[in-house]
Design a protein around this ligand. Structure first.
Ligand SMILES: Nc1nc2c(ncn2[C@@H]2O[C@H](COP(=O)(O)OP(=O)(O)OP(=O)(O)O)[C@@H](O)[C@H]2O)c(=O)[nH]1
Length: 370
């Protein structure tokens, strides 16, 4: 195995599996669709109160329904994921605003509803669209709205209602940029929060990992042990630990150099992680000592596993870094006794490890449960 590979963080248990978010495939009606439906409902009130004709209402409601169904279909089929801007915010906003402006042109009374609904529609765009897109969209809308007012003035005459329309346009022209500015501030804050959260996650991850091997460090192992203890006490299931030490590691360091020592630690970490079950936890306890937590495993099972690991480790080929080519392990095994402290469990595994060293190394020793 290459050294770079060995330095890659090794999985160390089942608690930190990262979930990769699926592509944005929205299954429900988008917010712009909902606002358009609300707008259609407000037109119904206009119609009900006799401000607009039934034809205008039905036409507008049909256009809104088409908008909602088309975009719902696109999201449902996942077609939105094929374009860079998967929220389809710009086409949705364009379609909704065009409907509102056309209705306002055909039915002047609905102009009261135009400004608030336009502002709400824009508020959704603020979080999704880039500033240039937003500026273009608002300039386009204001331009179309103004053209509509001028056309109506040209047709009906420049009376008081024309000036009132112009005033409404001015209000929109002033509030829209202010709203975009405010939205951008909120967007910046959101981005800052996101970056801070990412950094926190990064530091959190770093604080539980051993830098050299990428395995869980002693702090995380302690937490995992406490968790295993609670589970064992609650559910009455056994768990065991293996304390693993590389034999004569000081000598390996002294005669082959610290870098070779590091390489051995990494390669062994990788091998051990490959050997363990997903439900088990493996970490670096310190120096050349590793600790494995074997969930749902009694002493007998743990000893069998430790023996297997010892044999596998012996077959790791270090020809390029070690004169003696191979390493050997001494392993101390202990099963958790109900109600005992974690420190006591580790002390028992440690005394088994000590015995393994005393009896000539390269062996597995254990402390009986009773
Ligand atoms: N290369 C390297 N060496 C380390 C690292 N951390 C600790 N060590 C060395 O690991 C050695 C641990 O040696 P000991 O556990 O004292 O003893 P040993 O030589 O393994 O002897 P036995 O355990 O009795 O077989 C020390 O020389 C430490 O300096 C590390 O991150 N990289």
């Amino acid at each position: 195995m290459l050294l770079d590979e060995a330095h890659e963080p090794v999985r160390s248990g089942n608690l930190d599996r990262r979930k990769i978010p699926p592509p944005a495939r929205v299954q429900q009606i988008s917010p712009v669709g909902l606002i358009s439906l609300l707008y259609a409902f407000s037109l119904f009130i206009f119609y009900h109160q006799g401000f607009i004709s039934g034809t205008s209402f039905i036409g507008a409601a049909a256009a809104v329904l088409c908008l909602v169904i088309v975009f719902y279909g696109l999201f449902r089929l996942g077609l939105n994921t094929r374009v860079p801007e998967s929220s389809l915010m710009l086409p949705q906003l364009l379609a909704a605003l065009l409907i509102m402006l056309t209705v306002a042109y055909l039915e002047r009374a609905t102009q009261i509803a135009l400004v608030p609904f336009m502002l709400i529609a824009f508020s959704f765009g603020i979080f999704r669209l880039s500033t240039p897109s937003l500026i273009l969209l608002s300039a386009g809308c204001l331009g179309m709205y103004l053209a509509m007012i001028l056309m109506r003035g040209h047709n009906d005459g420049y009376f008081l209602s024309f000036r009132a329309d112009l005033m409404q346009w001015c209000v929109l022209a002033l509030t829209l940029p202010a709203m975009i500015l405010l939205g951008k501030q909120i967007q910046n804050l959101r981005q800052l929060l996101k970056a801070t959260r990412y950094q926190l996650e990064h530091y959190e991850e770093k604080s539980i990992r051993d830098e050299l091997t990428g395995l869980y460090n002693r702090r995380r192992l302690q937490a995992e042990l406490e968790q295993a203890r609670v589970q064992a006490d609650e559910k009455d299931v056994p768990f065991s630990i293996c304390l693993i030490d590389i034999d004569h590691f000081k000598q390996i360091n002294d005669s082959n150099g610290h870098l070779s020592g590091d390489r051995i630690l990494c390669d062994f970490a990788h091998l051990a992680r490959e050997c363990i079950r997903d439900s088990d936890t493996f970490g670096r306890y310190g120096g050349d000592e590793f600790l494995q937590i074997l969930s749902h495993t009694d002493l007998k099972g743990a000893v069998i596993h430790a023996e297997r690991l010892r044999v596998y480790a012996h077959f790791l080929d270090f020809q390029k870094v070690l004169a003696q080519k191979h390493i050997s392990l001494s392993i101390g095994v202990a099963q958790y006794r109900e109600g005992e402290k974690i420190a006591d469990l580790i002390a028992r595994a440690d005394s088994a490890l000590y015995r393994a060293k005393q009896l000539g190394r390269n062996r597995v020793e254990w402390i009986d449960l009773q």
